[in-house]
Design a protein. Structure first.
Length: 584
């Protein structure tokens, strides 16, 4: 009996699956914190040059601490008025006050006409943030770009972790990978809070990303692998937990203005999460794929018991186990299969581009929420909260309008919203429009996962997801670096994000619709997918299928198709999400 058939027998989303989903939701709630807490850890603050020569010059004048600081700032720091009429002080230069006595109202014109660099350090405005990595590591005046570099290093950990845990999960299982990832995340998270310098901080952030990505991938896999075929659209609901945690992060960040304390607070939930592993099962699909039928049967029997369903006996026939053994011995598909034939090649190029744009724009907008000219915490909470309705809307529109038009609409909405920010000044209006952009890109990012699973044939579905995911991580690394372009023009990063989103939306129209279609199971069917309304699964004559390939230059591929044995059909019944992780 195939595993999807087993799920139909024991219940596709019964009491056991609902219990499991509660565990997944709990584990998923804090997943976003590792990446997005950087918005507050690396927050930029106003700063100006320190003048230690004047540190004790206010007592005799009876000035308050704040009044003294302002008087010293006015007397030692160059300033000018902006086009908006606001007084702006230099952040990286000062007048030379050596040998000059301080008094309230001192005019720099009376003692200096030249400026010098901040040779004695900086004074930081602590009215909003008591400390950040910027203030502790002096990431200003030529070093300010290191805040975004550290976030790119974090996403580099994403890339390395997705490859490492993707392979390891096939060897030791999903449960052990999650446990190891939690240990890595916990240790690196605590270490970050005690970073003595930026290099140590950036290194630990890499390992934080390395462990965190396992939760992003494997939690989704475990939760989905126990859900029956007709209920898998409910897997989108797990994203709501992620978005809820994202939005909630604004609360501790608001009350904790010291970055080291905040880092410890957001890391602390990883410790009690070890308790949840007691009730988290290993993937039964993985156990079956490894030939561990006894352990798989124990889990399946538990599912049946909780769901009050009866299972046939024997659960796994000798014929089924023999078929699975043959599947394990068969040649694994490779990346070459994604570009071997003309239509598959174009779809792969399109998909990779769309994935990269989604990743870059999503992470870029998430990290840019504090630069929208409004309250940092409100903007951040809205940026996370807007994802919840986006995911709920996805569940409806992908069934009403189909995958292709839904993806096009979401990416076009996000792109146009980002482009329009070039004409809106910082403030509430800019925040509102950027939020619409975040709504669109969040919706498209969820759709693209499902769309990719459906558009590729079963026996290369895992390879396809792994390939697209790898390129999306590379784009994620670039996202923080794009934000550095604000030094040339404030709206430039959002204009870049918007332009790419519009381009990706147009590209998506070249993809075939998959709603209500029988999914391709072999490379041959994948190449033909979209030419007809339906795939003839029980074709009486292979001749008509072979004719599709007549005249193609890649004749050896057609020969490979014609030489496929029935092993591919055995693979086709496996869960595509399991295939995603197994093949990565």
């Amino acid at each position: 009996m195939k595993f999807d058939d087993i799920l139909k027998t024991v219940g596709e989303f019964g009491r056991y699956q609902r219990r499991l989903y509660i565990i997944v939701v709990i584990l998923n709630f804090t997943v976003s914190w590792a990446a997005l807490v950087a918005v507050f850890l690396n927050a930029s603050v106003d700063h100006w040059c320190e003048t230690p020569e004047w540190n004790t010059g206010c007592e005799v004048y009876g000035l308050s601490e704040e009044a003294c600081e302002l008087a010293q700032k006015e007397g030692s720091i160059p300033s000018n008025y902006t086009s908006d009429g606001e007084l702006e002080y230099a952040q990286c230069e000062k007048y030379n006050v050596t040998g000059v006595g301080f008094w309230p109202g001192i005019d720099p014109a009376n003692y200096s006409s030249g400026t010098m660099s901040c040779d004695s350090g900086w004074v930081y405005d602590d009215s909003q943030y008591q400390t950040t990595t910027v203030t502790d590591f002096d990431l200003v005046c030529g070093k300010d770009g290191l805040t975004q570099v550290s976030q790119s290093i974090f996403y580099g950990g994403f890339l390395a972790g997705s490859i490492f845990f993707g392979i390891l999960s096939d060897i030791i299982g999903r449960w052990w990978c999650l446990l190891i990832a939690n240990v890595i995340s916990l240790v690196s998270g605590v270490a970050i809070a005690f970073s003595p310098n930026w290099w140590f901080y950036a290194t630990m952030r890499f390992f934080m990303g390395f462990g965190n990505i396992a939760f992003n991938i494997i939690l989704f896999v475990i939760g989905t692998e126990f859900i029956g075929p007709s209920k898998r659209n409910l897997s989108i609901l797990a994203s709501i937990s992620y978005a809820g945690g994202y939005m909630f992060l604004a609360l501790p960040a608001y009350y904790i203005r010291s970055w080291r304390t905040l880092q410890l607070v957001v890391t602390a939930p990883l410790l009690p999460l070890f308790i949840a592993f007691i009730w988290l099962p290993e993937s039964a699909r993985w156990l079956i794929s490894m030939g561990k039928y006894d352990k798989a049967e124990q889990i399946i029997n538990k599912v049946a018991e909780v769901n009050k369903a009866e299972l046939p006996s024997p659960l796994f026939t000798k014929e089924y186990m023999k078929e699975q053994d043959e599947i394990r011995k068969a040649r694994r598909p490779t990346v070459v299969d994604l570009v071997r034939t003309p239509r598959m090649r174009m779809r792969t190029i399109n998909m990779v581009f769309i994935w990269m744009v989604n990743s870059m724009v999503y992470h870029g907008l998430s990290l840019n929420s504090s630069n929208l000219g409004t309250n940092d915490y409100v903007a951040f909470a809205i940026s996370g909260g807007i994802e919840i309705p986006a995911y709920l809307v996805d569940i409806v529109i992908i069934e009403v309008f189909g995958r292709r038009l839904s993806l096009f609409f979401c990416m076009m909405l996000g792109g146009l919203a980002c482009l329009s920010t070039a004409f809106i000044p910082p403030g509430v209006g800019l925040t509102a429009v950027a939020t619409i952009g975040k709504f669109g890109i969040s919706g498209s990012f969820t759709i693209i996962y499902l769309y990719t699973l459906e558009i590729y044939p079963t026996n290369i579905r895992g390879v396809a997801i792994g390939n697209c995911s790898m390129f999306s991580r590379i784009a994620g690394i670039l996202a923080p670096l794009v934000l550095l372009l604000t030094k040339y023009w404030d709206p430039l990063p959002l204009v870049i994000y918007g332009s790419l989103s519009v381009m990706a939306a147009l590209v998506s129209l070249a993809l075939p619709e998959t709603r209500g279609k029988k999914l391709p199971e072999t490379l041959e069917e994948g190449e033909r997918f979209g030419l007809k309304d339906d795939i003839d699964e029980n074709s009486e004559d292979r001749k008509s299928q072979d004719e599709v390939y007549e005249g193609q230059e890649d004749n050896d591929v057609s020969n490979e198709f014609r030489g496929k044995n029935d092993i591919a059909n055995g693979v086709s019944h496996d869960n595509p999400v399991f295939q995603m992780e197994e093949e990565k």
